[in-house]
Write a protein that binds this ligand. Structure first.
Ligand SMILES: Cc1cc2nc3c(=O)[nH]c(=O)nc-3n(C[C@H](O)[C@H](O)[C@H](O)COP(=O)(O)OP(=O)(O)OC[C@H]3O[C@@H](n4cnc5c(N)ncnc54)[C@H](O)[C@@H]3O)c2cc1C
Length: 530
């Protein structure tokens, strides 16, 4: 389920030994992957070492990254990149004919392989091309996962016997063109549904990022972890007409400086690495500068660099800003922080397996243990790349056994007499309220009071949705609303539980990290805390 790097990468590997039905809720390339600008982190430079990348990842994760997973991902990086290159992906080369490796915040060495500033689009292009040409892969665009089908769920409806172990049997899927809900059975179901940015009003994420996979997994009892760690990208273009346009961290890697409204650089006040400090530090610094001055934005300036270099290295950002009247070769760019990346998600092991048999999760939807309390820049595409490989390995091993098991009949979706809604306004109103509430109370800087206020609002909205959901025929808007409400609730509850500040979770009531009580993941399922 999902056609970003995680879903496409997994589908291609599994198609070597199985048939794949790949569903995706919009067009094939409507993904966060397509938007990724900076690149993919991997140890490729002559002066770099696995140990350095491992150390940088662990340092950024502030004690919550799982060292075994960090090691696994970092060590596989070069091999997985080589596979992409063999498929035909083009990455930029430098003067000595090696890769032109970029540097981003938190990295001690240059190790970001990139295709100009459109790395994700290049990766998505090549994978989509291969997927569409593969005889074992059937693509279903405009098909949206509604709910996972599990034995427990069928048991509740009396459709299976009670002695069976819990496992996933597939999903109910809404055809968003016809409005019908189809039953997709599968020996193995993979969630590759991406992130949750749309839970917040300001986000760098595309519209698909509504946390569907996390919400679906939570509803069937899978473990969900570390949702309090939401990464805010410090620099999204601030312009009334610009929707979610990100200004890559790679600009700061090439010398761009953050300035306040009076043109003064301010990052040296906050971190010794100044403009190359880790993202959360930069986002908090901007938040503070904006709160102090009352300004709507700060500025990112790269105009001191050679204009030809800027245009060649950042063609996409240059063109996009120009469309909004900002020539970045001569003027600073107005920027604000925006929700960018979810470090938490569906808990998995080193092979992408969730706590429910035959249900896998890979990519931003998952919590593998790589990122811990904070994500190191450009480690997310790397994670999706490595884990799609890992999950395919596990699928190859277990599939013969699964295929030998007796067939379990699955009933069709039952709308239980729901009717067409004439009140779509309820959906759009609640969407808006959740996103504003999360932005106002569950943003970069939190307090218990703000979190409790958010919890109260979200509880009410959830009650309303529950009523609405069962009375009316489902639409993609209603499903997404239900999912963002679930995700918002998980973020708030986990943030309230972590009574400390660590990584991306910053609570003014507990400004220090507390290693005695909170040096651990926050994990919940529908039956309670774990
Ligand atoms: C603007 C931007 C820039 C970024 N830059 C970088 C970068 O430089 N380096 C880096 O490492 N990371 C970067 N990231 C993060 C990275 O792009 C993502 O974490 C990564 O692409 C996620 O890949 P994915 O395959 O897990 O999900 P996505 O690429 O988001 O794909 C999710 C897929 O799931 C589908 N889907 C969702 N819900 C459903 C449903 N209910 N039913 C069916 N299909 C569904 C979507 O339609 C989509 O096809 C960036 C992110 C953004 C938004």
């Amino acid at each position: 389920m999902g056609s970003g790097l995680a879903g496409l990468g997994y589908a291609l590997k599994v198609a070597d030994f199985a048939r794949v039905r790949l569903i995706t809720k919009r067009g094939l390339t409507d993904t966060s992957t397509s938007k990724a600008q900076g690149g993919i982190a991997a140890v490729l430079g002559a002066d770099d070492k696995f140990e350095y990348h491992i150390k940088d990842t662990l340092t950024t994760g502030e004690g919550l990254s799982h060292p075994d997973i960090v090691e696994l991902v970092v060590r596989q990086g070069p091999e997985r990149i080589r596979e992409l290159v063999e498929m035909g992906a083009h990455f930029d080369h430098g003067a000595d004919n090696g890769y032109d490796l970029g540097r981003e915040g938190g990295h001690s060495h240059r190790r970001i392989i990139h295709a100009h500033d459109m790395t994700g689009a290049e990766v998505e292009r090549i994978l989509a091309e291969k997927v569409l040409a593969h005889p074992n892969i059937q693509v279903f665009e405009n098909h949206m996962g509604v709910d996972l089908i599990t034995r427990q769920r069928l048991l509740r409806r009396g459709a299976v016997v009670a002695d069976a172990e819990e496992s996933c049997l597939g999903a109910y899927v809404l055809n968003t063109v016809t409005g019908e809900v189809d039953t997709f059975r599968a020996a193995i179901t993979l969630l590759a549904t991406g992130g949750v940015g749309k839970v917040y009003l300001y986000t760098s994420n595309p519209d698909i990022a509504t946390g569907d996979g996390i919400a679906m997994a939570y509803r069937v009892g899978a473990w969900i972890g570390n949702m309090e760690f939401v990464q805010f990208h410090p620099t999204c273009l601030y312009h009334t007409a610009a929707k979610n346009f990100l200004i890559s961290e790679a600009l700061r890697g090439e010398g761009a400086k953050l300035l306040d409204g009076r043109g003064r650089a301010f990052m040296e006040k906050y971190h010794p690495l100044k403009d190359l400090a880790p993202r959360d530090t930069v986002a908090r610094a901007i938040d503070l500068e904006m709160k102090k001055s009352g300004a709507d934005c700060v500025y990112l300036d790269i105009s001191h660099k050679d204009p030809d270099f800027v245009k060649t290295r950042f063609p996409n950002i240059y063109q996009e800003c120009l469309k909004f009247g900002v020539d970045i070769t001569i003027a600073p760019i107005p920027v604000v922080p925006a929700a960018h990346y979810m470090c938490g998600g569906v808990v998995t092991d080193a092979f992408g397996r969730t706590t429910i048999a035959n249900l896998y999760a890979v990519g931003e939807v998952s919590m593998t243990g790589l990122h811990g309390a904070n994500r190191l820049a450009s480690n997310s595409l790397l994670e999706a790349l490595v884990f799609s490989h890992q999950a395919a390995q596990a699928a190859r091993e277990t599939l013969p056994e699964l295929q030998a098991k007796p067939f379990v009949p699955v009933p069709d979706w039952n709308p239980y007499g729901a009717t067409d809604s004439e009140e779509a306004v309820v959906v759009s109103h609640n969407w808006d309220e959740i996103r504003r509430c999360m932005g106002n109370y569950v943003g970069i800087v939190r307090t218990d009071r703000r979190l409790l206020r958010a919890k109260h609002r979200i509880d009410l909205i959830q009650q309303e949705i529950q009523e609405y959901y069962w009375n009316f025929l489902i639409t993609s808007d209603l499903l997404e609303l239900r999912n963002i409400a679930t995700v918002a609730d998980l973020i708030v509850r986990m943030a309230l539980r972590r009574k400390e500040s660590r990584g991306l979770h910053y609570n003014l009531d507990y400004p220090q990290a507390d290693d005695v009580s909170f040096h651990r993941d926050t994990i919940i399922s529908s039956t309670g805390w774990h």
